[in-house]
Write a protein that binds this ligand. Structure first.
Ligand SMILES: [Fe+2]
Length: 256
C-alpha cells in the first residue's frame, strides 16, 4: 500500500487546512473546511480533486466552506454524530470506534469530547497519522467550550495510547504561545526547554510547527502530563487527581 500524501496550508488567521490524498484510489479528503479559496487552491496546486470532507467539529472556522466545496466537488461530508445537526451538508455521521474505508486505508473515529461535546478525531492506523483538530495541539489542547475538564482529560487519554510515532496534525498554529505557557508549568523539563527554543526559531522564520508526534507531546505537552510528579510538585497538587491537575493547567492557560 502506497503512503498517503498530505498537503498542509495556512488559512483564515491561524487555522491549518489539510488535504490527505491516496494515490492508489485517487481520493482526496479535506480535513475540515476552514476556507473555500484556500482549500481549492491547495487541491489545484497538487492536481487533486476533493472527494471527502472529514469534519471534526461544528465550529465555523472548521465547517464554513462545507457547502461551497460540496457544490464544487460533489464531495461526501463525514462528521460527528453527536453534533450532526450543526454540520452543514453532512452525508454520513460517525461516532466512537466507527471505521470506514478511504481507498485501501482504514480510518478509525475517536470521539474526544471537551472542546466541543461531539468533537471527533480521525485516525489512519496503517499510516500512523492522527487528525486531532482542536483536541490536541502541539504543546496545547483545545479550550473547554462544551465539556468539563475531566471529559477532556479522558479524551486526551484515549489519544495517548496510540503509538508514540503517530504523526499528529492539529487545527491551529498556536504553538509558540503554547510553548511559552508550557515552560511555566514544567520549567525543569529539559526536553521541553529544547523544544521551546526550536519552536521560537521556527516561528521567527515564519515556519509552521505541524505535524508533531504523540511521543514528543507525551514528553513535553503539559496537558498530557498531569500525572507527572515534577509538574504536580510545581503546582503544589501532589495529592490531587490527574483530572484536577489537568483542570488547573487548563485554567492557567485560559488566563495566561
Ligand atoms: Fe474549534
Amino acid at each position: 500500500m502506497r503512503s498517503l500524501e498530505i498537503e498542509v496550508f495556512p488559512c483564515r488567521s491561524d487555522n491549518f487546512g489539510v488535504l490527505v490524498h491516496c494515490p492508489e484510489s485517487n481520493l482526496t479528503a479535506s480535513i475540515d473546511a476552514p476556507e473555500f479559496d484556500a482549500v481549492v487552491a491547495a487541491a489545484e496546486r497538487r492536481g487533486w480533486t476533493v472527494t471527502h470532507i472529514l469534519t471534526t467539529h461544528h465550529h465555523t472556522d472548521h465547517v464554513e466552506a462545507n457547502l461551497a466545496l460540496k457544490e464544487r466537488y460533489d464531495c461526501e461530508i463525514i462528521g460527528p454524530v453527536n453534533e450532526a445537526l450543526a454540520i452543514p451538508g453532512l452525508d454520513r455521521a460517525v461516532g466512537d470506534d466507527d471505521e470506514f474505508e478511504f481507498g485501501p486505508h482504514v480510518v478509525k473515529v475517536i470521539e474526544t469530547p471537551g472542546h466541543t461535546a461531539g468533537h471527533i478525531c480521525y485516525h489512519f492506523p496503517d499510516s500512523k497519522i492522527l487528525f486531532a483538530a482542536d483536541t490536541l495541539f502541539a504543546l496545547g489542547c483545545g479550550r473547554l467550550f462544551e465539556r468539563p475538564a475531566a471529559d477532556m482529560w479522558h479524551s486526551l487519554q484515549k489519544l495517548s495510547v496510540l503509538p508514540d510515532e503517530t504523526a499528529i496534525y492539529f487545527g491551529h498554529e498556536y504553538t509558540l504561545s503554547n510553548a511559552r505557557f508550557a515552560i511555566t508549568i514544567d520549567p525543569d523539563n529539559t526536553r521541553l526547554q529544547a523544544r521551546v527554543a526550536e519552536i521560537e526559531a521556527l516561528r521567527a522564520e515564519g515556519r509552521f510547527t505541524i505535524p508533531t508526534t504523540l511521543g514528543l507531546e507525551k514528553e513535553t505537552n503539559p496537558f498530557l502530563r498531569a500525572a507527572d510528579p515534577a509538574i504536580r510538585r510545581n503546582l503544589l497538587m501532589e495529592t490531587r487527581t490527574d483530572e484536577e491537575v489537568f483542570a488547573e493547567i487548563r485554567k492557567r492557560k485560559d488566563n495566561f
